[in-house]
Design a protein around this ligand. Structure first.
Ligand code: THU
Length: 271
């Protein structure tokens, strides 16, 4: 049966391999999460020069779904190759399970039921609710819109361990705002920050040219990007302007490269 949901899923995930950022290994991986209405959300492997900060494709897809507020709707996790042990462990601990293998490259939270046929990707863009008409196209208006969007997005953070929601939105060249939130996991080493989630979303959707990043840390007047995010931002979006909102104070402006002077870029490691 040529057009089973399984073969449709494999046909859908395969072209996403081109969006992976794998300058060190040269070995791309792609993923997607399938929602119960047939819509899907992409993820790709994004390598870092420090290797251990690499964002696996499956984690990228899952965290992108959380940032879009669609975590509850996920019925299957799909990879461009069979799941490896670490991916199976990651999937087993996700909420909404129990998760089980449906096929070597597909896990489901609905064992024994058929999967929906994939239709189209979810549109990830965020349209800030509170931007006044006066905001318009000008720079200050866009800045207010970015901060408003980051605050709005922070409400989607999945933070059972910390109760510390962070929201990020990226502005890409002539494009919409793309969201990221922090996504926690019982294994703390698999927790992803809002900033890296947003960058992962930009790559997964094939729009990696980030112009500005708006970050909102509502409960912490000292909130600032962590060292891991500074490393990844310095590698992937060095020229981007970063606006940091801590709610009560005026937002602060910086750039990704200013946050980590003399950062490690790993040029000697390029494959
Ligand atoms: N966190 C971020 O999302 N961004 C940062 O730059 C700092 C830390 C998240 C990770 C974790 O979910 C929680 O905040 C506590 O570290």
């Amino acid at each position: 049966m040529a057009s089973s949901p399984l073969s449709a899923l494999r046909r859908t995930v395969e072209p996403l391999l081109d969006r992976a950022h794998v300058p060190f290994s040269g070995r791309p991986t792609a993923s997607l999460v399938l929602l119960e209405d047939g819509m899907w959300i992409p993820g790709v492997r994004i390598e870092s020069a420090s290797f251990s900060l690499t964002q696996p494709a499956l984690l990228n897809a899952v965290t992108t779904a959380v940032a879009q507020g669609r975590q509850q709707d996920v019925v299957a996790l799909v990879l461009s190759r069979p799941f490896q042990r670490g991916e199976a462990a990651y999937a087993s601990d996700l909420p909404g399970g129990p998760w089980e293998a449906f096929a070597p490259d597909v896990w489901t939270s609905r064992p024994g039921r058929s999967l929906p046929t994939p239709t189209r990707p979810v549109d990830p863009s965020v349209r800030p609710a509170q931007v006044s008409a006066a905001g318009g196209e000008n720079h200050a208006g866009q800045q207010a819109a970015g901060i408003s969007a980051a605050r709005q997005v922070a409400e989607r953070a999945y933070v059972p361990a910390s109760s510390y929601p962070v929201g990020a939105v990226l502005e890409i060249e002539d494009g919409p705002f793309l969201p990221g939130v922090n996504v926690e996991h019982p294994d703390w080493t698999r927790i992803l920050c809002a900033e890296r989630n947003a960058v992962g979303t930009a790559y997964a959707y094939g729009q990696p040219d980030v112009r500005r990043l708006f970050l909102s840390c509502l409960n912490d007047p000292e909130g600032t990007p962590c060292g891991a995010c500074r490393q990844v931002l310095a590698e992937l979006t060095p020229e981007a302007t970063l606006w940091m909102d801590r709610h009560s104070d005026a937002p602060q402006r910086t750039t990704a490269s200013a946050l980590l002077p003399g950062s490690f870029r790993g040029r000697a490691l390029l494959s």
